[in-house]
Design a protein around this ligand. Structure first.
Ligand code: PLP
Ligand code: COI
Length: 353
């Protein structure tokens, strides 16, 4: 596909690698492409990073027609740059688009956009282990009228942010609170789609948890408030009496690429992995009997995040003695090893730029 490139005349300085946070600074350029019904996608362009102008009636501002993705460009130990399973993000973005009545992307075009953009911004891919260039593709409905219907105009964009290691001081187990009031999504809703509204609706519970000293909530299902779904904005896994359990994808859970990769790695290591319903009662009885051996969240940003404490009602339980568990550590080492090009990729997951 043809991408028109207009380079910035005021290149910025790459920030010091030890000062990088998450999603705070951006590269010099952004990719933009427009869509109109009947015409398809057009005007693919890379332009200097900057503010965008929207009509005050733009669909995204009223009816929340917005989806996004998150993936990283990693600096390999040999100096090259690679992505991790980018086609999985592209396909999930199309599933999100379908759910939100937004236009689909051509898969190969999307891969080319990611590749060309990362090539242009290569100097912003940091070099230290654990750091990366976080890529944020997103799409929004952009009709300039207030009618409620599938959009006829949309915009797709890609921005990128050099980001620091999620664990500047090593992996610290987090404190999590089981949320019994708010729900993230429901079956039949938008849980499996990565749409902005899911995140807006979940921040209230996250803020309440944070005021009580917890870093995130463990979500229960929206119908019965009985089954475990996700933790914060990550998928969740448990080791219970030797079995690795992760909630099955019922439609209200985001099908994480890290989740899928953890399952494949664990199976290859010989563990029994069950994708099934896991009730909060089963989890609490495993906590009380000492059968809950490990718990962790998994997602692109943190890779894996061990859970050291779990609160339910007025009780608080310690998991894995508040330390990172053996399986959690093995997963972290294996996934980060492949992503940063330190370990051989026997799965065929990396995509070199
Ligand atoms: N669940 C939610 C709600 C998320 O936002 C994310 C992050 O993207 C994940 C799970 C993990 O998905 P992935 O591993 O593809 O990053
Ligand atoms: C993840 O990558 O795990 C996330 O949850 C990304 C988040 C910033 C939406």
């Amino acid at each position: 596909m043809e991408i028109k490139i207009t380079k910035t005349t005021t290149p910025s300085v790459m920030p010091a690698e030890d000062k990088l946070g998450f999603g705070k600074v951006f590269t010099d350029h952004m990719f933009v492409m427009d869509y109109e019904e009947g015409k398809g996608w057009f005007d693919a362009r890379i332009v200097p990073f900057g503010r965008i102008s929207l009509h005050p009636a733009s669909t995204v501002l009223h009816y929340g027609a917005e989806i996004f993705e998150g993936l990283k460009a990693y600096r390999r130990a040999d100096g090259g740059v690679q992505l991790f399973r980018p086609m999985e993000n592209i396909r999930r973005m199309n599933n999100s688009a379908e759910r939100m009545s937004l236009p689909l992307l051509d898969e190969q075009d999307a891969l080319e956009i990611l590749t060309k953009f990362v090539q242009l911004e290569e100097r912003f891919v940091p070099k230290s282990f654990g750091t990366s260039l976080y890529l944020r593709p997103f799409m929004f409905g952009n009709d300039e009228s207030l009618g409620v219907h599938a959009v006829k105009r949309a915009t797709f964009m890609l921005i990128a942010s050099p980001s620091g290691s999620y664990y500047a001081e090593g992996i610290n187990p987090v404190k999590i609170m089981i949320e019994s009031e708010d729900v993230r999504t429901v079956r039949g809703g938008t849980g499996y789609a990565k749409c902005g509204g899911n995140y807006a609706a979940s921040t209230r519970a996250g803020e309440r948890a944070s005021k009580k000293g917890y870093s995130q909530v463990l979500w229960l299902d929206g119908v019965e408030r009985k089954y475990i779904e996700e933790v914060g904005a990550m998928n969740v896994m448990f080791k219970i009496d030797g079995e690795i359990v992760t909630p099955m994808l019922t439609g209200s859970i985001l099908p994480g690429i890290t989740r899928k990769s953890c399952i494949e790695v664990l199976k290859k290591m010989g563990y029994t992995v069950s994708e099934r319903l896991l009730s909060v009662d089963e989890l609490v009885s495993a906590l009380e009997s000492g059968k809950l051996e490990e718990a962790w969240g998994c997602g692109t940003a943190a890779v894996v995040s061990p859970i050291g404490k779990l609160a339910y009602g007025d009780k608080e339980y310690v998991v894995s003695g508040g330390q990172i568990g053996e399986v959690t550590q093995k997963l972290y080492d294996t996934l980060t090893g492949i992503q940063w090009g330190k370990l051989e990729d026997t799965f065929g997951w990396v995509y070199k730029i």
